[in-house]
Structure formats: C-alpha cells, structure tokens
Design a protein around this ligand. Structure first.
Ligand SMILES: [Zn+2]
Length: 76
C-alpha cells in the first residue's frame, strides 16, 4: 500500500522559543501505536529573528515552522 503524501505539517512555535522538540504526525501514523511517540519526534531550532522556517524529520517528512506573534505586538 502506498501512503499518499500527507498535507504539509505546520508547527507553531511560541514567540520566544528557539529550540523545540515536535512529534512528526506522518511518522506517528506510519508506526505502531504501541510505540507511542518513540521514533516520531524531531528536534529543531529557529532563531528568534526568523518568523518562519522548516525542519525535516529523520524519515524525510517536511514540517513547516511558523512563529506565533506575541500578543503584545498587536498593541504597539
Ligand atoms: Zn516523519
């Protein structure tokens, strides 16, 4: 069975986060549920000055990174 390309994953980072650990949903769906998040996590970084970026998990799934705007920025 061929797994169709999943829609692009997007990860929203908190305003001040520079390093993160995320769960790749594509990996999660392709492995046994008994493994939980094992093997499906991906570590990445996004410099504070960057609003967007991307990371690729160990199995090659692309995950888009979008930095959430701090609430306060709407009021200045
Ligand atoms: Zn993956």
């Amino acid at each position: 069975m061929t797994i169709a390309l999943l829609s692009e994953q997007t990860l929203y980072l908190p305003p001040r986060a520079t390093a993160f650990r995320a769960v790749c949903e594509a990996c999660l769906e392709s492995q046994s549920a008994s493994r939980g998040y094992l093997g499906a996590t991906v570590d990445g970084t996004l410099p504070l000055e960057r609003a967007q970026g991307s990371v690729v998990c160990s199995r090659g799934h692309a995950i888009r990174l979008v930095r959430a705007l701090p609430e306060s920025s709407y009021h200045h």
